[in-house]
Design a protein around this ligand. Structure first.
Ligand SMILES: NC(=O)C1=CN([C@@H]2O[C@H](COP(=O)(O)OP(=O)(O)OC[C@H]3O[C@@H](n4cnc5c(N)ncnc54)[C@H](O)[C@@H]3O)[C@@H](O)[C@H]2O)C=CC1
Ligand SMILES: O=C(O)C(=O)CO
Length: 386
């Protein structure tokens, strides 16, 4: 039997029971739920990752909807329990939803929400930060200073890579990958090579226009190329950033063989999901190629790192913080709450989940729609005419 979990209750007499498996940033999401007659229960357990049993206890016998986290295993067991408790709505507080078995949700008619549109720039900025940190050896140099080892300027001290004029490679040029590409092209005048299953015409147009602008100003124009294979990107780029979704096609996309194709002094950045990279192979590659560098926000077995990674001077590692700006995290909380609320209220789904600004305006009532439901077609939800 599932043991009880600690909760904080808002609006105890609300008609609809909504559970949030974690406390989330900001208060707007709480206010939006309680103003619309929800009794909100926020789990206050100290443990970071809730188990399926913990969440079963939170769902209980009657629950209209749950806001959950990317660390949780939302599969058959939880969707079946939620459905049995009368629930029809779940939202991840995340854009990625590889922790959710959408087929299982479909089976029980439960809507699955995610939060695109508020993470794009924040996540791309962290990928850009990791690219720079790796290129200019910022973490190594910081540790050196703090250890009192600095004895004065030296010609060879922490020499790194110049990005200007080099090639940035993007694998998965969706919302975040494209935003990152634009930052690196415009900010550092890098040429672009990208690989995606789909063409990114907007990105190509942006680089073309920026190249023309540079040329008109007497500077070397930047260029772009859509690669016909991932291997082409790995072979040609100096800095490669991974931004695909995690699914069967992207699991261990970067493995031992593909690492071997990369330039010896290349930089690899991963702000997508840990299992996109074979981390054991990566540690071996870092060990054998000291000039090769990585910037990692995500890990194969979070919260753990594969043995040896923490000892690698040529790795910059941060704890899955790519979306951690106040604006983004509050926006994610708002969108996740509105996904659940919208489904409970029987609202249709928003017509463009990439354009969610109307839901974020603090001074206006949000539209009567669910901002982003990934299985809307499968469970037959209507599209909003707003
Ligand atoms: N580290 C972090 O904190 C964050 C991580 N993420 C991760 O980033 C992922 C991407 O987010 P968005 O850009 O918003 O999603 P998106 O759906 O806009 O972009 C994903 C892109 O990957 C491409 N893709 C899919 N399979 C591919 C394959 N086999 N090879 C090459 N490209 C492929 C898609 O065509 C698409 O263009 C999320 O699913 C999530 O897992 C997102 C936000 C924050
Ligand atoms: O939204 C996501 O997918 C995340 O990884 C949040 O940081």
């Amino acid at each position: 039997m599932a043991k009880p979990v600690q909760i904080e209750v808002w609006n105890p007499n609300g008609k609809y029971r909504v559970v949030s498996t974690k406390s989330m940033p900001g208060t707007r999401w709480i206010n939006l739920l309680i103003q619309q007659d929800c009794r909100l229960e926020i789990c206050t357990e100290k443990k970071t990752i809730l188990s399926v049993d913990d969440i079963l206890a939170l769902i209980g016998d009657r629950c209209d909807g749950v806001i959950g986290q990317l660390t949780e295993d939302w599969g058959e067991t939880l969707f079946s329990a939620l459905s049995k408790a009368g629930g029809k709505a779940f939202s991840n507080m995340a854009v990625g939803y590889n922790n959710v078995d959408v087929e299982a949700a479909n089976k029980y008619g439960v809507a699955v929400g995610n939060t695109p549109g508020v993470l794009t720039e924040t996540t791309a900025e962290l990928a850009a930060s990791l690219s720079l940190a790796a290129a200019r050896r910022i973490v190594e140099a910081d540790e050196f200073m703090r250890a009192g080892k600095y004895e004065g300027w030296l010609p060879h001290l922490f020499v790194g890579n110049l990005l200007k004029g080099q090639t940035v490679g993007v694998i998965g040029a969706g919302r975040i990958g494209s935003a990152y590409a634009r930052m690196m092209v415009e900010g550092f005048k890098m040429n672009l090579i990208y690989y995606d299953l789909y063409q990114s015409t907007r990105l190509e147009k942006f680089v073309t226009a920026y190249g023309q602008f540079l040329k008109a100003n007497g500077e070397q124009p930047v260029t772009w190329k859509r690669a016909s294979s991932m291997e082409e990107v790995l072979q040609e780029a100096d800095v490669i950033s991974l931004h695909p979704i995690l699914d069967k096609t992207t699991y261990h996309l970067v493995n031992k063989e593909r690492l071997a194709l990369m330039k010896k002094e290349a930089i690899l950045v991963n702000c997508s999901r840990g299992p996109v990279v074979d981390e054991v192979a990566l540690v071996e590659h870092l060990r054998e190629n000291p000039m090769f560098r990585v910037g990692l926000d995500v890990f194969e077995d979070e919260p753990y790192m594969k043995p040896g990674l923490a000892d690698m001077k040529n790795a910059v590692v941060v704890p899955h913080i790519a979306s951690a700006s106040k604006w983004t995290r509050e926006g994610m909380a708002t969108l996740a709450a509105l996904n659940v609320l919208g489904k409970i209220k029987g609202y249709p789904i928003w017509s463009n989940p990439n354009s969610v600004e109307p839901f974020l305006n603090e001074n206006a009532t949000p539209p009567a729609a669910c901002p982003s439901i990934v299985n809307s077609k499968a469970i037959g939800l209507a599209v909003s005419k707003l």
